[in-house]
Design a protein around this ligand. Structure first.
Ligand code: FES
Ligand SMILES: [Fe+2]
Length: 381
């Protein structure tokens, strides 16, 4: 029986564990992973930990205030050392047998060393280094200690990103979210870069941008996207912006790139957000959002919300007027609309009757992303 395809990839690429595992190895273990904002690790001992494909990695600031990344694996029997985010103070101690490392990764103490081991050559049992770098206010890690500079990876796409001065912006705590989508990570990426759906699925929720004038395309493995404001939103932007503007009036619009693999940004005239995608299983993906906004007073935010209220009252509508309670299509929330579309598409892939139709011009990026995935899996990078 011929393989059923979803454009360039077989349907199995979205449903089967062996594809998932190959991607973890060939894509997520061999590229830079987003690890958080620079300010998450801003004092000696502070750390963040994350999964990067097959690897567990943490970033810690040393006593010399340098950032270092290590594999989160005890050199004794491999127990994971640190969880989530925190401050290790002066040392990192493994919970299993209390081997202790300093913040620079050296093994400094082995309990009952003489009695249990005679002697341990601690100098060859330091934590295994990984790479860490900072780019546009974000921390990135790479499992290899020889990954080189982050600019080799993102340099080409950088001119296609927004002109935002990310370091000048501050985190907006209410913009932080973490949720799971019951779909393969590529479905989530494809939805993000599908230009065709913007005017349809989001007909009521993203009408403040002019999708017909969007400019987009791939730069190496990364996707760039920009679109201007809609005419009526732009006409009185000083009043209509829901929050204080973060770009000069001559440079407005939305830059919404998807950096490979699965690192989305949404850079607009009023906010700058990350949308990071972590594959959890063939049909399950975690998305984490964080948002930065202008460093302005509550008063300035309140005033702008009040000024713009009249515009937004009519500007955002649900896709459908009536439906069951909790229906994402009557929510007026574009994220809920996207989650619904991803999950409904994933469900269809199991059906023996699933067959993909033609791809539109605006879905060109979907096909190109599939080509990038194939290139990585086949080692053509
Ligand atoms: S595994 Fe870490 S101290 Fe034994
Ligand atoms: Fe969408």
């Amino acid at each position: 029986m011929p393989k059923r395809m979803l454009h360039r990839l077989p349907v199995e690429a979205y449903t089967e564990l062996d594809w998932f595992e190959r991607e973890q190895e060939a894509i997520f273990s061999r590229t830079w992973s987003y690890a958080g904002f620079a300010e998450d690790v801003s004092e000696p001992g502070a750390y963040v930990s994350l999964r990067a494909g097959l690897n567990e990695i943490f970033v810690v600031m040393g006593r010399d205030r340098r950032l270092r990344a290590f594999h989160n694996i005890c050199r004794h029997r491999g127990t994971r050392l640190l969880r989530a985010v925190g401050n290790a103070q002066k040392a990192i101690t493994c919970p299993y047998h209390d081997w202790t490392y300093d913040l620079e990764g050296h093994l400094v103490s082995v309990p009952a060393e003489q009695r249990e081991f005679g002697e341990v050559d601690k100098s060859c049992l330091g934590l295994k280094p990984a790479s860490v770098d900072l780019w546009r206010g974000m921390l990135f890690v790479h499992p290899s200690p020889d990954a080189g500079s982050i600019m080799e990876w993102f340099g080409e796409i950088e001119p296609h990103l927004g002109p935002h001065d990310v370091d000048e912006l501050v985190e907006y705590p209410d913009g932080r979210a973490s949720y799971e989508i019951k779909a393969n990570w590529k479905i989530v990426v494809e939805n993000y870069i599908d230009v065709y759906h913007l005017a349809h699925l989001h007909s009521g929720t993203l009408a403040m941008y002019d999708h017909a004038r969007a400019e987009y395309g791939f730069v190496g493995p990364h996707y760039a996207f920009w679109e201007p404001l809609s005419a009526d939103y732009a006409a009185d932007i000083e009043r209509n912006a829901p929050m204080p503007l973060i770009l000069p009036p001559g440079q407005l619009g939305a830059w919404v790139p998807m950096l490979f693999p699965g690192i989305g940004l949404a850079e607009s005239e009023t906010s700058w957000s990350t949308y990071t995608i972590t594959p959890l299983a063939p049909d399950l993906t975690r998305v984490e959002n964080r948002t930065r906004v202008k460093n302005a007073s509550d008063w300035a935010f309140g005033r702008q919300a009040w000024r713009s209220a009249g515009f937004w009252k009519g500007a955002i509508t649900a896709k459908y007027d009536a439906g069951e309670d909790g229906d994402p299509l009557t929510s007026g929330d574009f994220t809920a609309e996207d989650v619904l579309a991803c999950e409904r598409q994933q469900q269809a892939l199991r059906s023996p009757y699933f067959e993909v139709g033609p791809a539109s011009r605006g879905e060109g990026p979907v096909l190109e992303h599939q080509e990038v995935v194939l290139r990585y899996l086949e080692g053509r990078t």
